[in-house]
Design a protein around this ligand. Structure first.
Ligand SMILES: Cc1ncc(COP(=O)(O)O)c(C=O)c1O
Length: 400
């Protein structure tokens, strides 16, 4: 009898974590490596949020809480959805989990049966397909090409839907491409979904606050109120408030689904960290200065990185609308040979040679389901980004 489960055998370890580990190993061996792999803000959690956590500890808020969130946090989340998204949810329609990741995972575990399909636009966040597989479902990919701004069209979505489709996972702004759908682009997709009443929508709005210029963020249940009863609107404090380590994510949706997700959580992690929940109340209800400041910094860095990458021979880098990632194409580098003698057969070879020869760690596009590309997380200092881009340019210039 095999010790490990067949389900686990279908799942691959996170490629983003693999890149981060490799970069760390090289650094430990004394190499000068700039890591652009990690998807977290380089800023510290704002002071008011830290103080709320300290106050929670000091007043003894250190016990188990209600399984899917304390009432104060659910109230703050309802107010957030109303204020920022025009969505009305009752506290009984809100769930809080240990990071956005657990919320998405709970929803998939609570709803997927073998054979159920989940439509995932590519390039996608690395965890979606594997979470679907772990929950027993089947991922179905739809490619958003660079030519359409890494976004899928209504016709592509229509073609991917079958009688077995249970969910469509929607992520705007996107990890890894930074692409965000305008109201019109999203309406094209929600119009398709209105014609398929058996399909549910999982909207991962984790990067909502990171959109640039005058781009207006919108979410499916807001654009098409007809989808409200079959949409799970997911969000969290990790990226918006530099709180990745605090592990708080949340979602609003139909009561029956929220209850089912609570059942999964009650038998896995019980409740999200009590102290972090009080910190999240302050994040949502308190001053929002950090959100505005970090958005400005990320927009400046996006412009810096896009401009620099577009001077590299063989690289094309579109300007994304949001998040803190760019997803350049390396089409023009494929088939060439690096100074170190590596043939760039694909984006994985490109990223490996770039790390080895230029000391820059990026994640190759195949990990996100769309090649030949790579992802840069620009959530790091301007100085590190400038140096990294100079090294990428020198590496590309050395390709023959
Ligand atoms: C698109 C997307 N959704 C969800 C998450 C998970 O966020 P959390 O850290 O709150 O679990 C991430 C984290 O990288 C992400 O990029």
């Amino acid at each position: 009898m095999a010790f490990l489960s067949d389900t686990l055998a279908r799942v691959k370890p996170s490629p983003t974590i693999a890149v981060t580990n490799k970069a760390r190993e090289l650094k430990e061996a004394g190499r000068d490596v700039i890591g652009l792999g990690a998807g977290e803000p380089d800023f510290d959690t704002p002071e008011n949020i830290k103080r709320a956590a300290i106050a929670a500890i000091e007043s003894g808020k250190t016990k188990y809480t209600a399984v899917d969130g304390i009432p104060e946090l659910k109230k703050a989340i309802c107010a957030k959805f109303e204020r920022e998204n025009g969505l009305s949810y009752k506290p009984s329609q809100i769930t809080v989990g240990t990071g956005g990741k657990q919320v998405l995972y709970n929803a998939l575990v609570a709803t997927l049966n073998p054979g159920d399909e989940v439509v995932i636009p590519a390039p996608y966040w690395v965890s979606y397909p594997d979470m679907v597989l772990l929950a027993g479902g089947t991922p179905v990919f739809v490619e958003g090409r660079m030519q359409t701004g890494y976004k899928i069209t209504g016709a592509q979505l229509e073609a991917a839907i079958t009688p077995k489709t249970k969910w469509v996972i929607f992520n705007s702004p996107s990890n890894p491409s930074g692409a965000a759908y305008s109201r019109e682009e999203l309406k094209e997709l929600t119009d398709v979904l209105m014609r398929h009443p058996h399909v549910w929508v999982m909207s991962d709005d984790m990067y909502e606050h990171l959109t640039f210029g005058d781009f207006e963020f919108v979410t499916p249940a807001q654009v098409e109120p007809g989808l409200y009863d079959r949409t799970l609107t997911c969000n969290g404090v990790s990226k918006a408030y530099a709180m990745t380590g605090w592990r708080i994510g949340y979602a609003g949706g139909p009561e029956a689904l929220i209850k089912a997700m609570g059942k999964v959580q009650s038998q896995s992690t019980s409740n999200p960290c009590s102290v972090s929940q009080y910190a999240a109340v302050e994040a949502l209800n308190g001053p929002q200065d950090y959100v505005i400041e970090s958005r400005k910094a990320f927009e400046r860095r996006r412009d810096l990185v896009v401009a620099a990458l577009n001077t590299c021979p063989g690289i094309t880098c579109p300007t994304p609308e949001g998040a803190f990632y760019v997803y350049p194409s390396v089409e023009g580098c494929i088939g060439k040979t690096s100074k170190g003698g590596v043939t760039i057969e694909n984006d994985e070879a490109f990223a490996a040679a770039l790390l080895e020869e230029a000391g820059v760690a990026v994640v190759f596009g195949a990990a996100f389901g769309l090649s030949p590309n790579f992802r840069i997380s620009y959530a790091t200092s301007d100085a590190a980004l400038t140096e990294a881009c100079a090294r990428i340019k020198a590496f590309c210039e050395g390709l023959k």
